[in-house]
Design a protein around this ligand. Sequence first.
Ligand code: COA
Length: 163
Amino acid sequence: MTIRDGFCRLSAADTDEIVTLEKSCFSTPWTEEQFNLAFKQKIFSVFGFRVSDKVVAYIAVYHAAGELEILNIATHPDHRRRGYACKLLSMMLQVAAQMGIERALLEVRRNNHPAINLYEHLGFEAVGVRKGYYRDTGEDAIVYSRDIVVYNESLDAQISEDK
Ligand SMILES: CC(C)(COP(=O)(O)OP(=O)(O)OC[C@H]1O[C@@H](n2cnc3c(N)ncnc32)[C@H](O)[C@@H]1OP(=O)(O)O)[C@@H](O)C(=O)NCCC(=O)NCCS
């Protein structure tokens, strides 16, 4: 059997695995039907990180009209705080820059402090609020944005510092 550990692009064939991960990470997970529909759209992409051949983290995005919309990012509870989400999002921003995409956008629950810390750690800034956006709890969504061109310059600087 071929072991495929590391970063990878995920496809409709991986939907079962992504849905299982979704269920362990979100109170209102995307369903198999939602993923199947999304995978039919050219602007939808999913990247993952595999450990022992299992997807332990993933990011789902839409990319259109010069913008990258981050739909979901999640790491399995047993694999958190190991930098997987940070690496996936950084990689996604680099891919987007290569595609000529200039801005990344996302929405996050006001009380989702781990995710907010992750986004702010990567230079995202709060640019708006959608009041009562989440139907299950009535929680507000905070809209975060990141300029991708500026991101690459700072990432290069960060990589040089790390060497
Ligand atoms: C948010 C989430 C994706 C982070 O995944 P992760 O792989 O554990 O994150 P990383 O290890 O890459 O963490 C990167 C940074 O994010 C922040 N962070 C992550 N988890 C955190 C936590 N529990 N508390 C505070 N800050 C946290 C930290 O700044 C961290 O850097 P550090 O470890 O050097 O302090 C994960 O907690 C998760 O799947 N949550 C449930 C799903 C979700 O809410 N997704 C986001 C909304 S779409």
